[in-house]
Write a protein that binds this ligand. Structure first.
Ligand code: GTP
Length: 594
């Protein structure tokens, strides 16, 4: 294909602003999909995606429009996958920005537009849902003009639902988005911008050829991974996968090369010809780094090896999460896992439970601290509270920060300022993007955001505020390790690293909660919260004799035996710590955040 005929673009939209519906309309209009086979949200495939209505795995599809080939490259919509968004954008010359004409632009969309601008991409903006009575396209066109500098008269008005304005949008794509610039004669460089693991075919990667030609059957080299493979199949998605013999500059398609682990074909990888390699890989490759950590344990200890198998399998499909074995005195054998962000953590956990039929306990999420030891030049990275060195050895601790951007209706500014300040955030910017909508920017510790910040933001603003974040370095803070002791013995699953100003409150709450959750024992049980050996809160569970036979009057011996059997069963589900019998549910409830 002549590169002049090609347009590569990605649709950027906030959740529910209509990206999937628009993609469906485009597939229909370009006759890529037989109307009889058309089902809603054709491109979203994973179950969890459909249910949550978010796109996790990028897909891409080739359509034809008036002698031109358009590749629609799907970008993941969530901030946790920012690096993948950036890689998908690197495969495009332009983006279509879709904004709901009754809602206006949201924080994540704005952040993705800034990314697009950084990549020098052409932005074609469209206000969607103009069929809605509540639509106010003039107002939101002015807003987009003000914050992104896109001329409001150039903004298209469409309804992805009725199809109105969609042909004009396709025309605008062909007119305004530049064609790719690569050359057939240059040495081969192709960018992988997504990979997933297929049970039958191994790793299937989405690929964009930048220079040269990628041919079926040739030996190729993965420049960052330093691995050599053979092209088993290359092809395009129409959207049905269709093998081709070669892909030239600007073309987007898929690559199968007998790879068994997506970690070997990561987003950002450059593929070149093994026998005639390019001198350098394409710019911008980065190893995705986990930011949020937690322990995952099977509720039933017998499921430990099932959990290990499940993690191994899931890892084939998601190179960005990490895991290593960990033991907890309270929870038994499990794994310490690392995730790109909170949503990523939820997705992995849900997939483990759902696709592998496991029942899991997760410890409270934590972040990665940098610990400076006395008299030593090196720092230690600690993402697990139980691995924090003794206080006496610590010179200082630094914690990770985020820069967050919130877009909210002006009436909620007060409550959001309060929330951000409670979470130790420092305001950096506040700007009215239209008379009644505000963008606020804060620098805030990641640890304060991982614990229900997003839920708070949503509930305080009735769902109207949106949030975006990016990592913003490390900073020293007064952090302490808080332990919870039962009958004098620390319970590892409840330990946490926390800012000193919040330790007392947290310790008191934990102690109170546990007093309610743990059943009475045959003796008094003290519950203590302590910092570095100093007790800061204490509760006591009063003794009670648990006499299961009390209910049986008379001499029904078989009934008595049954009750004793039942008690024994129940004991198996108990964990014993400091001679205290704790039911499994108590751990689960105590670890749930309130
Ligand atoms: P995610 O897949 O969750 O990112 O959402 P999305 O941006 O793909 O939005 P989706 O296409 O699922 O649309 C969200 C909702 O808006 C659905 O209920 C659509 O039917 C509706 N919708 C999309 N476009 C239009 C439109 O032009 N008019 C009206 N009235 N509704 C629309």
């Amino acid at each position: 294909i002549d590169p002049k005929q090609i347009r590569n673009l990605s649709i950027i939209a906030h959740i529910d602003h209509g990206k999937s519906t628009l993609s469906d309309r485009i597939l229909e209009l370009t006759k890529a999909v037989d109307p009889r086979e058309m089902r809603e949200q054709y491109l979203d495939s994973m179950d969890i995606e459909r249910e949550r209505g978010i796109t996790i795995k990028a897909q891409n599809v080739r359509v034809s429009w008036k002698d031109h080939v358009i590749h629609l490259i799907d970008t993941p919509g969530h901030v946790d996958f920012g690096y993948e968004v950036s890689r998908s954008l690197a495969a495009c010359e332009g983006v279509v920005l879709v904004v709901d004409a009754s809602q206006g632009i949201e924080a994540q969309t704005l952040a993705n537009c800034y990314l697009a601008i950084e990549h020098n991409l052409e932005i074609v903006a469209a206000l969607n849902k103009i069929d809605l009575p509540a639509a106010d396209p003039d107002r939101y066109a002015a807003e987009i003009d003000k914050i992104l500098g896109i001329d409001k008269d150039s903004i298209l008005r469409i309804s992805a639902k009725t199809g109105e304005g969609v042909p004009e949008l396709l025309d605008a794509i062909v007119e305004r988005i530049p064609s790719p610039s690569g050359s057939t004669d240059a040495k081969t460089q192709a960018l992988i911008f997504d990979s997933y693991y297929d049970q039958y075919r191994g790793v299937v990667s989405s690929i964009r050829v930048v220079n040269g030609v990628l041919r079926s059957g040739t030996k190729i080299k993965f420049m960052q991974a330093q691995a050599v493979h053979e092209v088993e199949e290359i092809g395009v998605r129409l959207p049905a996968t269709t093998p081709v013999s070669e892909l030239g500059p600007g073309e987007v398609g898929y690559l199968i090369a007998g790879i068994k682990d997506v970690g070997e074909a990561r987003s950002g990888e450059t593929v070149t010809d093994f026998n005639d390699p390019a001198p350098a890989p394409l710019a911008g490759y980065r190893d995705p780094k986990p930011m949020v950590f937690c322990g995952l344990y099977p509720v039933d200890g017998d499921e430990f090896s099932d959990l290990r198998d499940a993690l191994t399998k899931l890892k084939l499909n998601d190179a960005s999460f990490t895991y290593e074995p960990e033991t907890s005195q309270a929870l038994g054998f499990g794994f310490r896992c690392g995730f790109l962000g909170l949503l990523h953590m939820e997705i992995v956990r849900e997939r483990l439970e759902r696709e592998f039929n496991l029942n899991l306990i997760a410890t409270a999420p934590s972040v990665k601290y940098l610990v400076y030891l006395n008299g030593k030049p090196d720092t230690v990275e600690v993402d697990n509270p139980s691995e924090l060195p003794p206080v006496s050895n610590i010179a200082k601790i630094e914690e990770p920060y985020l820069k967050i951007s919130i877009i909210t209706p002006a009436e909620y500014v007060g409550t959001l300022m309060e929330l951000s300040q409670q979470r130790r955030g420092i305001m950096q910017k506040m700007e009215y993007i239209s008379p009644d909508r505000v963008e606020m920017v804060y620098r805030i510790p990641l640890a304060e955001v991982v614990v229900d910040f997003f839920d708070q933001l949503k509930s305080r603003t009735k769902g109207y505020a949106s949030l975006d974040y990016e990592a913003d370095g490390y900073q020293e803070a007064e952090l302490v390790k808080l332990d919870v002791l039962l009958n004098g013995v620390p319970v590892d699953a409840f330990s946490c690293i926390i800012h000193r100003s919040k330790a007392y409150d947290h310790g008191r709450k934990m102690a109170q909660k546990l007093r309610e959750l743990i059943p009475r024992q045959l003796f008094d049980v003290p519950i203590q919260a302590s910092i570095g050996g100093k007790v800061i809160a204490r509760e006591t569970i009063k003794a009670r004799r648990k006499d299961v036979l009390a209910k049986c009057y008379g001499g029904d011996i078989s009934r008595k035996r049954k009750l004793l059997e039942k008690q024994k069963e129940g004991k198996k589900k108990m964990k014993s710590i400091g001679r205290v019998e704790i039911p499994q549910e108590a751990f689960i409830s105590a670890l749930k955040l309130d």
